[in-house]
Design a protein around this ligand. Structure first.
Ligand code: NOJ
Length: 682
């Protein structure tokens, strides 16, 4: 077999097997011109690859606008510098156009139209590396491939050299990487030049009004990428190391591929939020029958602990008792919730549970909690128990029990696990986001899939679109959730938090924020934390169900608060968690946003609007509604004197008949919002 033919076959195997409807240009061009151009399907973006004195580089333009200036590519291995001294031995190009259906999601159908360029490189050491570009009208994916070859078998990546050279010092919204508490921080808004090392997704806005987001897709067996500021508008990929003194970033064996490095490029915020290139860059579902995977809403024994009314550990205030769980099951069954989360059910929460990494049992209940009894009771009432697996980052302990535990849960008919990885470093010293943990998180997803279990992961690795391949990977945390309102030293999430994260953290995927706290002033907080509360209004808190997408959304508050606030509770019961379409009608990053989403299982639409600490009023047109249909708009709005600081509980509910030519006034108090159900009438 000629060497060139071997490259092409390898490329076809790795890169093409998953794509149907694909027109493949099978002949890799022998051409070795140092420059190759690629246009996106409708010509909106242009990619220029160039080998400059042996260094692979790329540029990205949007018509006359430079998006990414000449940026280097490559990696440094333990024994070789694969970022220079290359020659080109061929190119391959193809285009692909398809549409696929999400089993659940924020939209039903996703279009995948892209052009692909494969650049086959040979290093002067004889090692081969391919760079694959996938160019969409709204973004670019770049991946490295190391084909099976004699010159490379096992290898170690010490540094990744991928650069993103910005055309200007753009406005940026970012999170600092490599600090305690992982992704659980407020976004920093600054110029790109002020970035230190940013976690991804990292969002930017250019002076010409283009929105950019930098992230990665299909993080499967690699270290996760952050972006380090190298000065002069240059960001460079940086990877979490293995923590054993070797400085290794990635341990690999050919054939091997990196995750995709992604750049989204959109002209408006609706496009940015509806940009699905990262899902497209993941492999199709490996779960054939997805009928058991069901989005829904849950309640449970959770907020009690964060307010210090109950404890995870045993004793007088133990939350996870059979009796209290049954109360929640009755409540869930009465109001149509799919699950009841019970935290603190298993042995070893006593003492400082964050230090119990090597002790947690995932099958043994506390004596006052009869797991089998509550599971039977829940199932007899048409709901289910959501299993909680806090690991405190004791990975070895968890992995040693996981088969038995998941077998047991499956036998019981439990279909959802909320897992947790509290701790700044993994118990054996690894980073939360290095290759060791990427492997662990993926292993759990695969094991859960084998056992018919959906996952909600707290303290997760960031989402890189793997829910396409593993649609049981439902939702995750990876940001400051509602719990910060209960106990964070800074008093909780400020009003501009949700209007920011829709355009930052949420670009990576679903977030288990756990909304629905109606006792905004946290009268139930037994810890005496006067600054802590939900920094919103009732209407604003309801709107979060629509603004923040999660296929599993919690109604986080306590039973008596839902009983005391039946009007807003009705919206929480009504709002779905599986959508056909999503649209951003208005918004400005960090200031306000109005989102509408269409229910996948009815003709109803829902609207959520939230604002920062400024009151806002604007009119949106309802042309998204189906033509010729009438809808009853059930509107939950801030009362005229509402204000998140002084009168957050003033809520008015009113109805209006509307259709696709109507308009709606969005009227939001300081720190408030609006939530609407458009109930189809015909
Ligand atoms: C942190 C999680 O975010 C929270 O939801 C959970 O209650 C605690 N860990 C305990 O596992």
């Amino acid at each position: 077999m000629s060497t060139l033919f071997r490259f092409v076959s390898i490329f076809l195997l790795i890169g093409f097997t998953s794509c149907l409807n694909t027109k493949i240009d099978r002949m890799a061009k022998k051409a070795t011109s140092p420059v190759q151009l690629l246009d996106s399907p409708s010509g909106q973006l242009q990619l220029i690859f160039e080998l400059k004195s042996g260094v692979p580089t790329y540029r990205l333009n949007k018509g006359p606008e430079f998006v990414i200036l000449s940026s280097d590519l490559g990696v440094v291995l333990e024994d070789e510098d694969l970022s220079k001294n290359f020659e080109i031995i061929g190119y391959g190009k193809r285009d692909s156009s398809s549409t696929w259906t999400q089993p659940w999601g924020e939209v039903k159908e996703i279009v995948d139209n892209h052009q692909e360029l494969a650049v086959y490189l040979k290093h002067d050491s004889g090692k081969r590396m391919n760079v694959i570009f996938r160019l969409y009208d709204t973004g670019l994916g770049i991946r490295y491939e190391w084909p099976d070859q004699e010159a490379m078998n096992e290898f170690v990546i010490m540094e990744e050299k991928t650069e993103f050279v910005l055309a200007d010092d753009h406005d940026s919204w970012w999170l600092q990487a490599y600090i305690p508490n992982r992704y659980e921080h407020l976004n920093i808004a600054s110029k790109a030049s002020e970035i230190d090392t940013a976690a991804t997704p990292l969002t930017m806005k250019t002076d010409n009004g283009l929105y950019l987001s930098f992230h990665e897709a299909a993080l499967t067996d690699y270290s996760s990428m952050s972006l380090i500021n190298r000065g002069e508008n240059k960001l460079q990929a940086t990877l979490f190391p293995w923590m054993d003194g070797t400085g290794h970033k990635v341990r690999a064996k050919t054939p091997f591929v990196s995750p995709w490095r992604t750049i989204k490029v959109n002209e408006d915020l609706d496009g940015l939020v509806n940009n699905y290139i990262e899902l497209n860059l993941n492999e199709p579902s490996k779960i054939e029958d997805t009928s058991w995977i069901e989005p829904g809403k849950y309640v449970g024994i959770w907020w009690d602990m964060h307010l210090n009314r109950k404890t995870w550990h045993s004793g007088d205030k133990h939350g996870a008792t059979t009796e209290y769980t049954k109360e929640w099951i009755d409540f869930a069954a009465k109001h149509g919730f799919n699950g009841v989360l019970v935290e603190g059910w298993n042995e070893t929460w006593d003492g400082d549970w964050t230090k119990n990494a090597d002790q947690f049992s995932f099958t043994e209940s506390y004596p006052d909690y009869d797991l089998e009894e509550v599971v039977d009771y829940a199932q007899s009432k048409g709901t289910n128990i959501i299993m909680h697996n806090e690991t405190s980052t004791g990975i070895e302990n968890y992995e040693s029990q996981i088969d038995d535990a998941f077998d047991y849960y499956q036998q019981l008919g439990i279909n959802t696990i909320k897992s947790g990885y509290v701790g700044d470093m993994i118990a054996n010293g690894q980073w939360h986001h290095g290759q060791y943990m990427v492997r662990h998180y993926r292993k759990v997803v695969e094991k859960a899939a084998e056992h018919g279990i959906m996952l909600d992961v707290h303290e997760p690795i960031k989402d890189t679109g793997i829910r396409r391949t593993w649609p049981n990977m439902m939702t995750r945390e990876g940001a400051r959730g509602q719990e910060y309102n209960a106990w964070s030293g800074d008093g909780g999430n400020p009003p501009n938090y949700v209007p920011t994260i829709l355009f930052t953290r949420m670009l990576s995927g679903p977030f288990d924020y756990t909304p629905g706290v109606l006792d905004l002033l946290l009268k139930d907080n037994e810890e005496g934390r006067p600054k802590n509360r939900v920094h919103s209004t009732l209407a604003g808190e309801l709107a979060v169900y629509v603004v923040i997408y999660s296929p599993l959304h919690m109604a986080a508050d306590l039973i008596h608060n839902y009983e005391n606030y039946p009007i807003p509770f009705q919206f929480i019961k009504d709002v779905p968690t599986d959508w056909e379409y999503t649209k951003v009608l208005a918004g400005e990053i960090g200031k306000h946003v109005t989102v509408v989403r269409k229910d996948r299982n009815s003709d109803d639409w829902y609207l959520g609007a939230v604002t920062d600490e400024n009151a806002r009023e604007y009119v949106v047109d309802l042309s998204f509604l189906d033509d010729g249909k009438e809808y009853e708009a059930i509107i939950y709005s801030d009362g005229p004197a509402a204000d998140y600081e002084v009168r957050p509980l003033l809520l008015i509910k009113y109805g209006q008949i509307v259709n696709s030519v109507s308009t709606l006034k969005i009227n939001m108090a300081r720190g408030g919002g609006m939530a609407v159900r458009f109930k189809a009438r015909n």
